[in-house]
Structure formats: structure tokens, C-alpha cells
Design a protein around this ligand. Structure first.
Ligand code: S3P
Length: 424
């Protein structure tokens, strides 16, 4: 599907966003494992999170949707799926679920679409093997995975890369393992799994990036609310900053400190951005964001910031091209193994609109004050590339076409209609 996006002067109004993708996956998985029923309000409408629910249903969880859109999961013991599990486009689903499946006393197979089939799984296979798991992969490291479940034992594992998915995989395997599980993080990553496990009743502690899960946890169903997705908000924040007459309120967004460096970074570059009405739900912070058109200086993303902003870099790259001094990203080679090689897909699409970008194996530099020329883009099936270039199109000098725009549905099915509703 192609979508045409016309230039706009403003982004105005009040919006709410789909539930946070990361948190939805975790609540979906834990709800299916926990005894009793879990009711989730504002579960992500994104295709990725539906893949997680589909997999949990195939593993025996009873999942219903209420008329008002809540997801109710009746969980407990998982059973052998009748057919291979389909993670679709979702790295979080396959990586986190591998930890659960490795500990079940049955064999399962899990794979996904073309993009997922190119993404590395050895990062979860290595720690799981140390816990006693038996997993086969295509060419030793790619989906589909065949997981021969067996009893696992806890480990003390130091993550070799900043990855919340790997951390979560090990902790979820640890739920079923004999003995405690420790994960040490060199760089802090999103801690939704730790928070969710605590909510569901596990004994889990975290100090100075060392997470300890005590063996023998018994999870019980909960009533939970998923805050709006801050990574989806990033596209609207950037658009509102770029368009000269904007004033936008984004209601009920997740503000977990392991995710909210985005806001600090934007404010450090001069963004007119206010956080209003912060409160807690299920251990997660949420609040409203008020954003106005802003003059952005530009900046550098590296080190721990690169890990913290990894999903927002496509949106920030667009802002960087319009900023005063440009944007430099270093130490972000993880971008190369996302839904697409995002350094390459950013480069090819920026070039289509006449924007200069100098790439490196682990990042890029985009000079500031560049003109956005109308172009035809190609999302290459990557939701964040589709949405980033839709935002760039709003600031272009003529109508732009987003090729394969349907990819946005992976995290935000109503992205383009929301965009249309609030641009003027
Ligand atoms: C996610 C972790 C990040 C992120 C992804 C979602 C999660 O991936 O890029 O979109 O929900 O844990 P990595 O753990 O591979 O860095």
C-alpha cells in the first residue's frame, strides 16, 4: 500500500496512542503464564503484539477481547502447540518467548516473516544453552527455531550487548529454572520485564544494573493498564517541532525512566516540551506531553544514550536534518539488525529527498538546515522507517509517496489517519 502525504503547516489537537508495544508483549506473555485471569486495558493494537497473543493462544491460553477493547487472558500451564508459532515481524515475540519455550516439556517451532528470518537469534540461544536449553536454528542462528523444551537451571549472565529482549528472555526462562537467575547489564536497557514480573508476583530485585530473579516464582493474574507508546509519540513530537504553527497534546504516554531519555534529549536540543500530570500505573509512569513548534539545535547520540534512543533514531534523524547543527549518531551498530538495516534504509530514503547523510558502520552524521524535497520513499517493510518519512513528508516542498506504508501497522495501525486528523 502506498500513501501520499502532503506538506503541512501545523500539527494541532489532542491525541492518544496505542498501548506501549514493549509493555504489551510482556503483559501478554506473563498473563498467559500466570494462574487466573489478567485483564489488560489499552493493549497495543500493533500487529507485533497480536503476534504475541496469537502465539500464547496457540500455547493454550484462553484469550478474549471485551467489547470496549480490553484483552482478557485466562492463563496457567502451557501446552504443546499444534502448529509452528508465528512471530510475524516481531523480534520481541520470538526472543522473549524462546526463554519460556526452552523450559516447557514439549517441542515447539517458532518463526516469522522475511525480515524476522534475517535477524540474529544466537544472542538468546547462547544464554539459554548455558541454562541447559536445546535449540536448533537455521544456519545456527536465524529463525525458524526448533526448541526442545527441558528442565533449565538458573545462571549468572552478563549481557554482551545492550538488549532488553535478551535480558527478558533469560529472566523469563529463569521463571521456570531451578536456582536463581542473575542478569548483569553493561548498559541500562528498558526495565519493563522487571516491573511486570514484580507486578505479577515474582521476587525480583535490581541494583546497579544487576537483576536477580529468585527461583520458584508463582505468578498470578492482574488487572493492568498499558500506557501509550512513547516510541510512537516520537513521530508526532518531531512533526510538531518541525511544523511552524504546531501545538499538540499527547495524552497518557509511558514515561518509564529507561525510555524517557528521548524527552531529555529533545529538551536539551531546545524543544518546547512539557510533561504534565505524571502518575503511576502498574509500576510504570505515565503522563501527558504538550509540544509546540521549536527551534532545534542538533546533537550527538552515543554510548548509553544510543541504547536508550535506539527505536527513536529514525524519527530523530528527520529532526536532525532540519536542526541548526545536525545530528551525529555513534555506537549504534544495533541499528543494522533491526526490522531493516536502519542506517541503510535511512540513507536510501534521505537521498531520495536530496538530504545528505554520511554513514558509518555504527551510525551516521546528518548536517542540519537541509531542505526537504518531495520524493517517493520505500519503507522496505519497516514500520519506523514508514512513519519517519511520513513526518519528513509533512515538511517537504510538495506531496510525497510512502511506499509500503502499511508497515506502520506493525506498531501503529491508525498512524496515517491520526496524522491526517491533526495536520493542518
Ligand atoms: C525491545 C527492545 C529493543 C527495541 C525493540 C523492543 C523490547 O530491542 O529495539 O523495539 O521490547 O524489549 P533490543 O532488545 O534488541 O535492543
Amino acid at each position: 500500500m502506498n500513501v501520499t502525504v502532503c506538506p503541512a503547516k501545523s500539527m494541532d489537537g489532542i491525541i492518544t496512542l496505542p498501548g506501549d508495544k514493549s509493555i504489551s508483549h510482556r503483559y501478554g506473555i506473563l498473563g498467559a503464564i500466570a494462574e487466573g485471569s489478567t485483564t489488560i486495558t489499552n493493549y497495543s493494537t500493533g500487529a507485533d503484539c497480536q503476534s504475541t497473543l496469537g502465539a500464547m493462544a496457540a500455547l493454550g491460553a484462553n484469550i478474549e477481547r471485551t467489547k470496549d477493547g480490553r484483552v482478557v487472558i485466562h492463563g496457567g500451564k502451557l501446552r504443546e502447540p499444534a502448529t509452528p508459532l508465528d512471530a510475524g515481524n516481531s523480534g520481541s515475540t520470538i526472543r522473549m518467548l524462546s526463554g519460556v519455550l526452552a523450559a516447557q516439556l514439549f517441542t515447539s517451532r517458532i518463526g516469522g516473516d522475511e525480515s524476522l528470518s534475517r535477524r540474529p537469534m544466537d544472542r538468546v540461544m547462547t544464554p539459554l544453552a548455558q541454562m541447559g536449553a536445546s535449540i536448533e536454528a537455521r544456519d545456527g542462528r536465524f529463525p525458524p527455531l526448533t526448541i526442545h523444551g527441558r528442565p533449565l537451571h538458573g545462571i549468572d549472565y552478563t549481557l554482551p550487548m545492550a538488549s532488553a529482549q535478551v535480558k527478558s528472555c533469560v529472566l523469563l526462562a529463569g521463571l521456570f529454572a531451578e536456582g536463581d537467575t542473575l542478569v548483569r547489564e553493561p548498559i541500562r536497557t528498558r526495565d519493563h520485564t522487571e516491573i511486570a514480573l514484580r507486578e505479577f508476583g515474582a521476587d525480583i530485585e535490581s541494583h546497579h544494573r544487576v537483576i536477580k530473579l529468585t527461583a520458584g516464582a508463582r505468578l498470578t493474574g492482574r488487572k493492568l493498564v498499558v500506557p501509550g507508546d512513547l516510541s510512537s509519540a516520537a513521530f508526532f513530537l518531531v512533526a510538531a517541532m518541525l511544523l511552524p504553527e504546531s501545538s499538540l497534546l499527547i495524552h497518557g504516554v509511558g514515561l518509564n525512566p529507561t525510555r524517557s531519555s528521548l524527552l531529555d534529549f529533545l529538551i536539551s536540543m531546545g524543544a518546547s516540551l512539557k510533561v504534565i500530570d505524571i502518575h503511576q500505573v502498574g509500576g510504570e509512569l505515565m503522563g501527558d506531553l504538550r509540544v509546540r513548534a521549536s527551534k532545534i539545535t542538533g546533537g550527538v547520540i552515543e554510548g548509553a544514550l544510543a541504547a536508550a534512543l535506539i527505536d527513536e533514531i529514525p524519527a530523530l534523524a528527520v529532526l536532525g536534518a532540519a536542526s541548526e547543527n545536525g545530528l551525529t549518531v555513534r555506537g549504534a551498530s544495533e541499528l543494522r539488525v533491526k526490522e531493516t538495516d536502519r542506517i541503510a534504509t535511512l540513507e536510501s530514503n534521505f537521498k531520495r529527498m536530496g538530504i545528505r547523510i554520511d554513514t558509518a558502520p555504527d551510525g551516521f552524521h546528518i548536517p542540519g538546515r537541509q531542505k526537504f524535497h518531495a520524493a517517493e520513499f520505500d519503507s522496505a517493510g519497516d514500520h519506523r522507517i514508514a512513519m519517519a518519512f511520513a513526518v519528513a513528508a509533512l515538511a517537504a516542498d510538495g506531496p510525497c509517496v510512502i511506499g509500503d506504508a502499511g508497515a506502520a501497522a506493525v506498531s501503529f495501525p491508525d498512524f496515517f489517519s491520526t496524522l491526517r486528523d491533526i495536520t493542518g
